[in-house]
Write a protein that binds this ligand. Structure first.
Ligand SMILES: [Zn+2]
Ligand SMILES: [Zn+2]
Length: 277
């Protein structure tokens, strides 16, 4: 029986500050599932004032170690393509900070995320974190979704050469879906992504969050498809045994949206395609 080639474009380890497992363990799980590629995308270090306890992102002192561990895993599993990526938190005014990291390290996949809302004056607020859920009441759902779109747009149109935008409709995570007809909103996201050439991802981790559904929602995925935006697939695993989970549901959603191929990043920055049989 033909089996579809399996790849996972977004995973984490203990280095992210809120996950567990090692690079080798993620690679081992990928190999045990017959995968041909896994991308490690631990969280880019945040400035201390944004992450004083070091729980949202990698300790800057561990960055050299990260590249060493990636190389070690490649030696252990030579048949697996292991992409040394990074998940970058886009924040207001963070462009120069991010570029300084991107220029210093040879990241092979730059994934872009908006996990916190920030403004010129305001403190960052982690809208997707259950401990800070009160912010939703203070700001209101519509305002949060609109601020998110603004930051997403900033990220995509910034000088940071993002390859892939993660969990595009993350504000729904704690079950705050758009309180308005999202058709135009989704269309705006799709147009931005198409114009810049980034990939998006089918991220299955949403199934395990309060919202209980895949990122992106079916209508957003369809908007991406219609705009010609390439889509990868990922587990966003924060522990090795979550690598590759629920991909069958992800493939089904991609097919339902119209996609006939999955897009896969590579170590060289090229992309390739896998038919969604
Ligand atoms: Zn994320
Ligand atoms: Zn992630």
């Amino acid at each position: 029986m033909f089996r579809m080639e399996k790849t996972d474009s977004h995973t984490h380890t203990w280095l992210s500050g809120h996950g567990d497992g090692t690079v080798i363990e993620v690679a081992q799980t990928a190999v045990s599932q017959g995968m041909t590629m896994v991308a490690l995308t631990d969280h880019l270090p945040l400035p201390r004032e944004v992450d004083p306890d070091g729980v949202f992102a990698m300790d800057p002192l561990n960055m050299d170690e990260y590249f060493y561990l990636l190389e070690e895993a490649r030696l252990e599993y030579p048949s697996l393509e292991i992409i040394g990526g990074i998940e970058i938190d886009w924040r207001w005014g963070a462009e120069d900070y991010i570029l300084s990291w991107v220029e210093r390290y040879p990241f092979e996949l730059l994934t872009g995320s908006v996990h916190m809302l920030t403004s010129e004056q305001g403190e960052p607020w982690e809208f997707d974190h259950p401990d800070y859920a009160k912010g939703w009441e203070e700001r209101g759902e519509e305002a949060v979704w609109m601020d998110y779109l603004e930051l997403w747009k900033q990220a995509i149109t910034s000088k940071v050469p993002f390859d892939l935008m993660t969990h595009p409709d993350l504000p729904k995570k704690l079950n705050h879906k758009p309180p308005f007809d999202p058709t135009e909103y989704y269309h705006a996201m799709a147009e931005l992504a198409a114009a810049s050439g980034v990939m998006v991802e089918m991220n299955t981790s949403g199934l395990y969050k309060p919202v209980g559904e895949l990122y992106p929602a079916p209508a957003l995925l369809q908007a991406f498809y219609e705009a010609g935006v390439p889509c990868a697939i990922s587990s966003d695993a924060h522990t090795p045994h979550h690598v590759g989970r629920n991909f069958e549901e992800g493939y089904a959603a991609l097919r339902a949206a119209g996609y006939s191929h999955l897009t896969v990043p590579t170590r060289t920055g090229d992309r390739r395609q896998i038919p969604l049989d």
